[in-house]
Design a binder for this molecule. Structure first.
Ligand code: KIV
Length: 275
């Protein structure tokens, strides 16, 4: 998959996107034929146990993006620009975007909407790096949006989101994530722009859908937004497996002969004749 393949999917079939943060899960996501893998800064919450996505920086994001890249054979790989790499330091944004490409093997980057977003997007795309936009609920600046809640619910806010999407398209974005906005507004935006929209909490009318992989797998228990669908619930299964291990070790049932190695009796006798 490359950026042109993704754009060409608009109005043909729905686009699938998932996050991944490590080699084993990325291998499975890629094997399943998902179109886009995002090394999301949700890494902060679902993997590193931090409160806010603003608490991860370039070192953590690159570390995980490199691991994911080792697994990916078909999907388009996108690195999520952490808050301090472009919102706190817009002058560093092209250099940081380039690091996702040259050091971690990503094919593009994603940035969340912020005041200076259009200038930064234009600079990164001018450097030849594909950019995915992200509007609606933008977790890096959620406090400024009144918290983690649905955006664009009145005409003025909805119009603002339509403008943002149109401006991002003009400034070179190849796709836009629409997070937590009303489904009909997402449908309107999807019709108004030529590049694909990828929804999360934005209803059925988007060109594609994205979820955080740990939410989909039931591997993140701290909170579950309304828009998440758990396709399985791995946490209790993993807990049960760990408890079984613990019990079998304490009860001396593990390891069994099938997990152990042997030595010939005559060899043993050479070191301990009394045995
Ligand atoms: O960081 C992330 O996981 C994201 C997705 C929710 C789109 O930005």
């Amino acid at each position: 998959m490359n950026v042109s393949d993704i754009i060409a999917l608009k109005n043909k079939r729905k686009i699938t996107m998932l996050t991944a943060y490590d080699y084993p899960i990325a291998s499975l996501v890629d094997k399943a034929g998902i179109d886009i893998i995002l090394v999301g800064d949700s890494l902060a919450n679902v993997v590193l146990g931090l409160e806010s996505t603003t608490q991860v920086g370039m070192p953590e994001m690159l570390h995980h993006a490199k691991a994911v890249n080792r697994a990916v054979k078909n999907a388009l790989l996108i690195g999520d620009m952490p808050y301090d790499s472009y919102q706190l330091a817009p002058q560093e944004s092209v250099v940081n975007a380039q690091r996702f490409i040259s050091e971690a093997g990503c094919q593009g980057v994603k940035l969340e909407w912020f005041d200076n977003c259009l200038a930064v997007t234009a600079q990164i795309t001018a450097a030849g790096i594909p950019v995915m936009g992200h509007i609606g609920l933008t977790p890096q600046t959620a406090q400024r949006l009144g918290g983690f809640k649905c955006q664009g619910k009145d005409a003025q806010a909805a119009r603002q989101l339509i403008n943002q999407a149109e401006e991002l398209e003009k400034n070179g974005c190849f796709a836009i994530v629409l997070e937590c906005i009303p489904d009909k507004l997402a449908g309107l935006i999807t019709k108004k722009i030529k590049i694909p929209t990828i929804g999360i909490g934005a209803g059925i009318h988007c060109d594609g859908q994205v979820l955080v992989i740990n939410d989909l797998l039931g591997l993140f228990e701290r909170y579950t937004p309304k828009f998440v669908k758990k396709y399985t619930n791995l946490s209790p299964l993993i807990l049960e497996a760990i408890q079984n291990f613990k019990n079998e070790v304490v009860q001396e049932k593990f390891p069994g002969p099938e997990h152990s190695f042997t030595i010939k009796e005559e060899e043993l006798k050479k070191i301990e004749p009394s045995i």
